[in-house]
Design a protein around this ligand. Sequence first.
Ligand code: MN
Length: 264
Amino acid sequence: MCSSDPSKIAHVVPDRSKPSTRDTPADLLSQLVIANHILFERGVLDAFGHISVRHPQEPDRYFLACNKAPGLITVQDIIEFDLDSNPLDADGRPVYLERFIHGEIYKARPEVVSVVHSHSPTVVPFTIIKDTPFRAVCHMAGFIGSKPPVFEIRDAVGDGSDLLIRTPSLGEALAREMGQQDLVLMRGHGATVVGHTLKQAVFRAVYTEVNARTQAVASTLGEIICLSAREADAAKLSTEGQAERAWGLWERSAAIMHNSLINA
Ligand code: MN
């Protein structure tokens, strides 16, 4: 069950000794829903991939939707997790297999407030080629830096995995590979990006895909010039202050798509 029917939610009887979704600012959960819709509408998430946000009052908890396509998520689909990625109020709703990406990064990075895991379509090719590493090539993507890490799952579990982060130890290995970076690529799979705010994580996830498109197109034209490390740092500072402006536009645009989807 992954219902948006409010009558189903009425059966949830949370343990009131613990914080639940009802103890948190409603607008944060609404923003998490909007973030799902934006990332779908921007082509970063499709039927798969997910975004979470850390609990604002309980840093050892986070919020993530149940196992459902991001474009269809409503606030009733949001589940609270502990940092071992155990659901606290799932009430029978299925959870994402790769939720350990979120929990293990929140453990390793106390300053991180939001995590996006995507199969961002133009980023994936950069995870599998050997000769053209992914680099920040445009000023909107300075956060990518001069050398984003690439997680090779064979280094963690050898050959034969399905490439999914399906255990806490794989999540921990991914978080270790990411280190203090804002982005980690995942070979043959996708990418994970973090932010100090929900909106910053959305901004970075969108511009990771934009940067990949830019680099891919430019690479067909000739030799490319990447941002230097100093340029990337300076661009990151100046552009990310504009995240709110982007959010305002993307929110409106995503709302139109969401309404057309649910009313179809
Ligand atoms: Mn995945």
